[in-house]
Design a protein around this ligand. Sequence first.
Ligand code: NAD
Length: 491
Amino acid sequence: MNQHNLGRTEIARKLIIDGQFVMPVDGQTFGTYNPATGELLATVAQGDARDIDLAVAAARRAFEGPWSRFTPFQRQEVILKFADLVDRQFEEFSMLDTLDMGMPITLTRARRQRAIGMIRFYASMCTAIGGRTLPNSLPGNVFAYTLKEPVGVVGAITPWNAPLTSTIWKIGPVLATGCTMVLKPAEDAPLTALRLGELALEAGVPPGVINVVPGLGTVAGAALAGHMDVDKVAFTGSDATGRRIIEASKGNIKRLMLELGGKSPDIVFADADLDKAVAGTGMGIFGNSGQICSAGSRLLVERSIYDAFVERVADFAKGLKVGNGVEAETQIGPVVSSRQMQRVQSYLGIGVDEGAEVVTGGNRLLEGPLAQGYFLEPTVMKNVGHTMRVAQEEIFGPVVTAIPFDGPDDAIRIANATVYGLGSGIWTRDVAKAHTVAKGIRSGTVWVNCYGMLDPVIPFGGYKMSGYGRESGQDHVEEYLATKAVVLQNG
Ligand code: NAD
């Protein structure tokens, strides 16, 4: 790892509590590994319930301390400084995500504008927060207004699949609103969160506002989700863990925001620009090795073009360069871990047993240095019935299941026939059809003639079992605010 500039890792490996870099109470550590090589990347302090207690106490003190007296302009200034520091270190962040979870460096670098734009967007929201005056019908000359106040101490729990952007989505609204936080990053990719916590301190965020405690989900994560002094949990991860978080939140009736999994339909009509649709649907699932919550993992293709289009997507998949993400020509990196690789492979077996046909892919890549990592061929399955497990359950790997449909109503019916509702895509030249289908699909985002485009002002989140709450945009900041009504009788 020394050949890459990972920053001051001797500090970054420790917990960040109350502005200090500390070892956990019991001194335990865990390893984080490079999925392209299987090599140990760094040893990281492993917090448990006692460290979470200390971090929550620090966050509470910070919430009630000088941070609560920061004006909106002062918070904005600190966030903009933070944005500048992350921008300055962007190459380091790109490399950190590539090494820690495998995303190709071309992708991690390409997120620069969006990531920095996201932080600056939250800075802009500091001065946009405000209540309303309320015309009312109460007797006695009553003046009523609302105040928007920070909800308090936030417990943020993140997954490993896009460490930089998913962590910024957690830190941004906390700083914009004047909340404080304890951040528990995923075991498989904790380094980016630690480095962001360090830079936030350097930017002038007061000690205790952002505490970072890596650790096991079932230990540190569970302690945070159940903590009686945490006011809100912002969670991104699987729906199975989401259910545990709901359960754990009951003690003190925490607010929750849950960004969960998906099985997103990407719908191709016969009248689409098919060249654009091949590449768009292909990268919509294979980008980041399918490890994107809103990946277009169900390819719905109008029956008249089904065979020919699926063949073209298979050719596209075959042409993708799979390799170590540090290499500039790599388009598809490894999956994050051996466990994740086995999970994806087991789904391929399930699909074949159910009667699906593997058109291309399906194998682990073992040539030369690839044998050390967790590389899977981009895989296209056809003859998939929409009720099969491979069409219903989130695989979270480079596997697309192609399903035929007959016309817009059938497309909507199949698109909605899962428990999830996160993303969806529509490819057509018919504008009226695009609007009709977009309205009919129950998902938090619908992309038309594109896939996966995100912007700091556009809200992102789920319907149904993909969770609730929105990240990005003004709606996101609102999630971190409580509304207080003040009712004042003048007469
Ligand atoms: P995961 O649910 O296994 O873990 C997510 C986080 O929860 C990790 O930090 C983990 O340590 C923690 N955790 C695990 N058990 C816990 C418990 N009992 N209490 C508290 N915390 C616990 O998910 P993952 O494998 O890291 O990520 C993949 C999942 O995340 C996929 O389902 C994917 O769709 C979803 N995801 C959703 C979005 C979104 O915005 N909707 C974005 C990215 C990923």
